[in-house]
Design a binder for this molecule. Sequence first.
Ligand code: ADP
Ligand code: ADP
Length: 225
Amino acid sequence: ELHLSIRNVSKTYPNGVLALDHVSLEIPKGMYGLLGPNGAGKSTLMRTLATLQEPDSGEITLGEINVIHQKAEVRKTLGYLPQEFGLYPKAKAEELLDYFAVLKGLTNRASRKEVVTALLKQTNLWEKRKQKLGGFSGGMKQRFGVAVALLGNPRLMIVDEPTAGLDPAERVRFLNLLSELGEKSVVILSTHIVEDVSELCTRMAIINKGKILLEAEPLKAVAKI
Ligand code: ADP
Ligand code: ADP
């Protein structure tokens, strides 16, 4: 079964900050929480998994794929939802999603239409499909980001601090959407909010100053904090 393996990954930035210090994690399919305060190294690890930067040392594999050395292979099967979804205020939701689908290699118009329609419905944006992203609320933007990330059925979904700025109703909606995904992919949710992890994730790790302090089931871990 699909499995993400992170072994002894370290990263020091040019300014001397040790952002990841021999990080090792074995992550199965499902929702996995990475919990830590600001500056802990979460984004560094997320960007590394998303092939946006390389570690100084260590190994990362997703199933048979070497994540550090086979970037193109990873990217085919990766969904990445950054902290803030890069916004194109003048683009309309459906048109932009269709455009991203083209970039993902969906060249057949009819099948693209089918995929785009399904994703807009799944993320509850179907009614808003003709509207410009500039008028979207924070939660709508996040859900649009999920729709983009879901193009191409990712086996690895990286979600970096997603619930900041969402109102409670939007937050629940968004997290439910993610947990559906966990049924078929490895989903890693990076956050500093304990509840995001305790409510949804089946496994979790706590990171601080680049080190993994604890790896456990959320309820047991939260009891220890
Ligand atoms: P988190 O996402 O948990 O807030 P980050 O991975 O962003 O943590 O940061 C970990 C540490 O590395 C922090 O001390 C941060 O200031 C530092 N850092 C992050 N990115 C860079 C960078 N590009 N150059 C130098 N230091 C960085
Ligand atoms: P986070 O910690 O949640 O990743 P930040 O606001 O710290 O968010 O980082 C935003 C951007 O600034 C990132 O691209 C990160 O690499 C960079 N960055 C963070 N800390 C530093 C730093 N100390 N020196 C240089 N760049 C940094």
